[in-house]
Structures are given as structure tokens and as C-alpha cells.
Design a protein around this ligand. Structure first.
Ligand SMILES: [Zn+2]
Length: 405
């Protein structure tokens, strides 16, 4: 039998096992906001500018006064001036700004007052951290750029990066998003991990993208975060659940069970976004090679689904062997919008056509659902109680400084 014929013989295996039924979920009442003594806390946040990292040269401009500072404890000013426009680059001695030689591998660029920095095509508030990466042999390689700005300013940039803030009737969803984004950022930093400005953490946008709608939502929720079990909740969120959110532990997002991330029915998202993708035979078969189960794949089998139809564990049947994997890992490898796929069809040419629903990993708050709930007049507190049942609202104060390492 040819590989194609052998592959076709396995098509019946592609029929997926239907697992469980939808669990009913009532809307929970939100918990009251917990206020603790102490002054408001708005710590500085460092966010990595991933799109501008790894380059050899980046155009930079500051209009007002600025200074270059060392990154050691003394925070020494090595240069100050008014106005800069030129390329941020490097040579063997270290970082360079146009003709200014920093002679160091790490520097801060700090504009005075509320002056923004133009980096590439984008404008950012805050101060810029510049790191020069070197090869093992010590040769300068590329630049790594991060921005430091107050938590509340960072949250504003995330609300504008994560939501279509001008959509009518979604003010309460923007407030919910601000609280979820604030909690997630602090939780991630509390784990000693860095924050990236893209979907691997939260999409963060600079000053060019800020809207009044988002500004109001952030101000109204200033300092409010989600707590669970007396500490910060890892408040994951995603674009579109497709009918129900999923259990964070089963999806591999948390090591232990986190009650507010158990997964809930999201009736307003069912049948809202159907997609179909064709996965090329080479990409499909690459999975077999990567997991050492033969040269090509016979099928994907669903081993378990969550109560709302999302794959949790799948089995890849290779030409020689099989392997069981978290569905989200397979989703990422096949570049599918979600692991909530409803049908897979193997084609004559070895490519795979997958139909599904939803977009994103499915853990925590569903942004599309949150917007629909806001348009139905639910408050941010109701929305958060729906997607993170059992979580408490907590306003940050200086007493919380111990949360960060
Ligand atoms: Zn949803």
C-alpha cells in the first residue's frame, strides 16, 4: 500500500469521541472589594518590547531633555542633553546613540517629565532599558529593549492592545479587562518571570494607541486585582472560548487545581465563530517526526474533551507508533485558532482539514463573551465573577509590596 492509501485506511479513526455534556453554570454574585490599610501602590513594571528586540539598529527620538543612566546601583548619569534623533546601535565597546558612545552593555534612556520616546514607528511613555547581547566569544550581537513604566500606565497599554476599546456598550468589559490584566502582570512578576508585550503574555500598546474609553476603565478600577487563596490569581484570558472556558490545570496552565480557573459554560459564545483550516501534509507529518513515531501521521484521536467540547488530550497515531499530548500543544504546532475543533478530515494529498470554534487557549476570561455580557448590562464585577468564580477583588496598597520579589 502506498503511504497515501495506508493513510486513508486510517480515516475512520479521525471520528472524534464525544465526551460529557455541558455543565450548567449560574452567574455568581461578585465578592465585595477588599480594602486594606496603606497608601495606593503603583509599582514600576518592566515590559519587554519583543518586536524591537534582536535588531542591530533601531531609530530613536526624544524631543525634550533626557539622560543616559547606568544600570548599576549608583545609577550614574553618563550623558544628558535636550533632543535626540538618530539610531540606537552598538559597537565593540557597547551601546551607542548616534554619535554618543555609551561604552556599556546596559543603559537606561530616561526622558524628563512626561516626555515620550519614539522607538521605530511607535511612541512610548516610560524609560527605556537597553541591553546589548553578546555572543559567547564576547562579540556584540543584538539589542534587547524593554520599557519601564508605572503599573497603571502599563495596564492602560494592555487594555488598548487587547480590546477593541471603541466598540459601543463594552465599558464594563474594559473595566474587567483592566482588572484581569493588572492581576496577570503582577502575578507573572510575582513568579520572578518577565513580561512580554505580545500574546505570549499580554498585548501591550504604546502611546499612539491609547483611547479615552480605556483610560476611564483603568482609572475607575485603579489598583484593583483578583485574589484567590489570599494571593494573586493567575488571571489568564483569551479571545473567544467558543461556548465554554476550560480547566487551567487540565490544559497545563497551572500545576494544581485553581478553583476560579475550573472552566465555565459561556452560552453567548456558542456557534459564534466557526473556522476551517487546511494543515499541509508536511506540517502534519512533521509532528510525527518530532515525536519519533514514524515518518508520517495516520490520524489525530481525541482522548478527552472538556465539558464544553474542547480537546484536552489527543493521541497522534504515527506510521510506526503513537504519542499522547496536551491538545493545546498540538493546536500550536498545527497553528489552529483553538483546540476546540469539531471535525478533522484527511485529504487525498495528505493534508488535514480541521473545522472548529473559538480562538485562543480557553483559560480564564473570554474577551468576546465579556463584551457580550457588558452589552447585556452586566457589571465588570459580574463579568469577573462569571469567568473567575470564587475569586475576590482586592485593592492594592503599599501593604502588598511583598507580592513582588
Ligand atoms: Zn466565550
Amino acid at each position: 500500500m502506498s503511504p497515501t492509501a495506508r493513510r486513508l485506511a486510517w480515516i475512520p479513526l479521525l471520528a472524534l469521541v464525544i465526551w460529557g455534556g455541558a455543565r450548567a453554570c449560574d452567574f455568581l454574585s461578585p465578592s465585595p472589594l477588599e480594602e486594606r490599610p496603606g497608601d495606593p501602590w503603583n509599582p514600576p513594571i518592566l515590559v519587554s518590547l519583543t518586536g524591537l528586540t534582536g535588531r542591530e539598529s533601531v531609530p530613536l527620538a526624544v524631543h525634550g531633555s533626557y539622560r543616559l543612566l547606568t544600570m548599576d546601583e549608583e545609577s550614574q548619569v553618563i550623558y544628558e542633553d535636550v533632543g535626540f534623533e538618530g539610531d540606537l546601535t552598538f559597537d565593540a565597546a557597547g551601546i551607542r546613540l548616534g554619535q554618543i558612545h555609551g561604552d556599556r552593555d546596559q543603559l537606561w534612556l530616561e526622558p524628563a517629565g512626561n516626555e515620550a520616546i519614539r522607538i521605530g514607528d511607535l511612541t512610548y511613555d516610560g524609560r527605556l532599558r537597553m541591553d546589548l547581547e553578546r555572543t559567547r566569544a564576547g562579540r556584540p550581537k543584538s539589542l534587547r529593549l524593554s520599557l519601564e513604566l508605572p503599573l497603571e500606565s502599563y495596564v492602560l497599554g494592555v487594555v488598548c492592545g487587547e480590546m477593541a476599546t471603541m466598540t459601543p456598550g463594552i465599558h464594563e468589559a474594559l473595566r474587567a479587562q483592566a482588572i484581569a490584566a493588572r492581576s496577570y502582570a503582577l502575578w507573572r512578576l510575582s513568579q520572578g518571570r518577565s513580561l512580554r508585550d505580545n500574546t505570549s503574555d499580554q498585548v501591550f500598546r504604546g502611546a499612539d494607541f491609547l483611547t479615552q474609553e480605556a483610560r476611564r476603565a483603568v482609572q475607575e478600577t485603579r489598583g484593583v486585582v483578583l485574589f484567590w487563596d489570599d494571593t494573586l490569581l493567575p488571571s489568564y484570558f483569551h479571545s473567544d472560548c467558543g461556548g465554554g472556558t476550560t480547566n487551567a490545570k487540565e490544559a497545563g496552565f497551572t500545576k494544581s487545581e485553581v478553583t476560579p480557573l475550573s472552566g465555565v459554560l459561556d452560552a453567548s459564545c456558542a456557534e459564534q465563530y466557526d473556522w476551517q483550516r487546511q494543515v499541509s501534509a508536511s506540517r502534519f507529518d512533521r509532528l510525527a517526526e518530532r515525536h519519533d513515531i514514524g515518518d508520517w501521521l495516520r490520524a489525530i484521536q481525541a482522548l478527552s474533551k472538556d465539558p464544553y467540547g474542547r480537546m484536552v488530550q489527543v493521541r497522534l497515531l504515527g506510521e510506526e507508533d503513537h504519542v499522547d499530548l496536551p491538545a493545546d500543544q498540538v493546536r500550536a504546532a498545527l497553528r489552529l485558532p483553538s483546540s476546540r475543533w469539531t471535525e478533522t478530515k484527511l485529504q487525498q494529498d495528505g493534508s488535514l482539514v480541521v473545522s472548529g470554534r473559538g480562538n485562543g487557549h480557553g483559560v480564564g476570561m473570554c474577551q468576546k463573551g465579556a463584551m457580550r455580557l457588558a452589552q447585556k448590562s452586566l457589571s465588570a464585577e459580574d463579568i469577573l465573577a462569571h469567568y473567575y468564580p470564587g475569586a475576590a477583588l482586592h485593592r492594592l496598597s503599599t501593604a502588598d509590596q511583598t507580592l513582588l520579589p
